[in-house]
Design a protein around this ligand. Structure first.
Ligand code: SF4
Length: 371
């Protein structure tokens, strides 16, 4: 049995740590690429979500490398994510691929069920070993996110453009050759040191842009045309509140333990959206409010074409834009999105924000009565 899993930005790093710690044999699919997108687009229903299509491409490419068991997280709630496992299973079966799809159900507050699920893959029930591996995985995912955030801060300030990109890219490739949480953490420490060694202009006060929206398109650089790196190199400091560690720790581990994660975004979203309607809508709305109040200069919302929860967010964001005086750019991505037009919109948005900053326009200043 060889396990594989879908790509989504840096997710492969903590998942790799987990599988290494549990001693499970696995295949990491090639990084997201054009071929994977083509395969997914060819075999998935036309109106399926873009992440499902790329994931399907990942699985087909991993199958070519010997993988026969797909590990994905499950979901519930009013969005198509809950059907992903079943859809992948059916599509791959129709295509004649002999691959089992294993969905880690995270919809229940049930740690023993969660452990039993993992036991089905490891073949042994050693709760202590599994919990230890999960703890290490959570630590790795947090450190990976911190490293990413450091790169967001350095890019707009670095003297030699491209330095942070080069070091960060090298980290993402080198981590494939590391085994287990300890080696991965050592590489993270090494990379952090290299990033901190980059010469920067400390006097610079760059514009700050928050990235919100659907988790896959915001977190995956292939899908969003490396937006964070491009914004950084355009002189903008980026912040993306929804991260891989947030997903693993708050949505998987804490949920399984019946614990609550940081839910400040829910409170912030309340005046505009009082209920969970699927996907990351509450995060998108709440984080936009929080970032505006935190003095961010602009917000970019990214979503796949037809993403139901984010279409709702898109319809609410103009109210926040008006109430808190913060410009919002919405980018909708599908397999047909052309890079040139997409980049032109980003560059124009950055220019707008720089001009506003020069004119002293600050977001979040026109507060509502509920503040
Ligand atoms: S959040 Fe959007 S893209 Fe993701 S599964 Fe739901 S509908 Fe599809």
């Amino acid at each position: 049995m060889k396990v594989t899993f879908p790509h989504m930005g840096n997710t492969y790093i903590p998942v790799k740590a987990l599988l290494d710690e549990l001693g499970i044999e696995y295949v990491i699919p090639p990084f997201n690429n054009k071929k994977a997108l083509e395969l997914g687009t060819k075999y998935a229903p036309e109106m399926a979500c873009l992440p499902l299509k790329i994931n399907l491409g990942n699985f087909i490419q991993a199958h070519e490398l010997g993988a026969d068991l797909i590990l994905i997280s499950g979901g519930c709630g009013p969005c198509r994510f809950g059907y992903y496992g079943e859809m992948h299973r059916e599509i791959l079966k129709d295509l004649g691929f002999n691959m089992e799809v294993f969905t880690l159900d995270i919809s229940k507050k049930d740690i023993s069920g969660f452990l039993r699920n993992i036991k089905r893959i490891t073949g042994e029930f050693k709760p202590y070993k599994i919990l230890k591996a999960i703890k290490k995985t959570a630590e790795v995912s947090k450190q990976v996110d911190e490293l990413e955030r450091l790169s967001f801060k350095i890019r707009p300030r670095e003297i030699v453009k491209g330095s942070a990109d080069r070091i960060y890219k090298s980290f993402q490739n080198s981590v494939l050759n590391k085994k287990g949480a300890k080696e991965i953490k050592e590489l993270i420490d090494f990379t952090r040191k290299n990033l901190l060694d980059i010469e920067t202009d400390k006097s610079l006060d760059p514009i700050k842009i928050g990235i919100v929206g659907e988790i896959y398109t915001t977190n995956d650089p292939f899908t969003n045309f490396r937006i964070e790196s491009r914004l950084g190199n355009e002189g903008a400091e980026v912040m993306r509140p929804v991260t891989v560690s947030g997903w693993i720790i708050d949505h998987m581990i804490k949920k399984a333990l019946g614990l609550k994660g940081d839910e400040s975004y829910k409170e912030a979203a309340k005046p505009y959206l009082g209920a969970m309607i699927g996907g990351h809508t509450q995060e998108t709305i709440g984080n936009t409010v929080l970032l505006a109040k935190d003095g961010y200069d602009g917000i970019i919302q990214i979503l796949p074409l037809g993403c139901m929860p984010e279409i709702v967010s898109e319809s609410i964001l103009p109210s926040i834009e008006r109430d808190l005086n913060i410009p919002v750019l919405t980018l909708i991505i599908d397999e047909m999105t052309g890079e040139a037009g997409y980049l032109t919109r980003i560059e124009a948005f950055v220019d707008l924000l720089k001009r506003r900053k020069e004119e002293g326009l600050i977001a979040g200043k026109r507060m509502l009565s509920w503040n």
